[in-house]
Design a protein around this ligand. Sequence first.
Ligand code: PNS
Length: 164
Amino acid sequence: MTVAVYPGSFDPLTLGHFDIIKRASFLFDRVVIGILNNSSKKSPLFSKEERVIMLKEAVSGLDNVVVESFDGLVVDFAREQGSHIIIRGLRALADFDIELQMAQSNHIVAPDVDTVFLSTSVEYSYLSSSMVKEYALYGASVKDFVPANVLPKIEEKIQLMKVN
Ligand code: PNS
């Protein structure tokens, strides 16, 4: 059985992430989504627990996809899950430098783990979680950018932020 892990912040889950998840679920026997707090990204919009719920709802129709959270190194998470494969989505040239650096260093640290890149579908090539957050924070609708279950959670969060 081929198990792949798909790590990320998913703050929030976008249609671009979801497209990668669906395609990975077709390619691999089991896909484990690993949600973490990225130390280089401060003040997440959603807590890790909220993101786990959000992702679990979104993938409920995909039988071979499970959602976990983790701290620490992605290669350790992959090994814990019995996986040799890290999946990452590649959008444009801007992603390439950092993704190549991560894939190469991860492979040195853990030679039994390799990174598989899936090119983002053209219709989502512009999309990022930070862009979604920016539009939402300034009051624009993000309905074209996120799965249906995520939209009310973003709207609710923005309302709460305005009140507090
Ligand atoms: O969705 P993101 O924030 O772009 O995901 C980045 C992620 C989680 C893949 C990366 O930050 C990561 O792997 N973090 C775990 C710590 C780790 O393994 N670091 C070594 C590679 S830099």
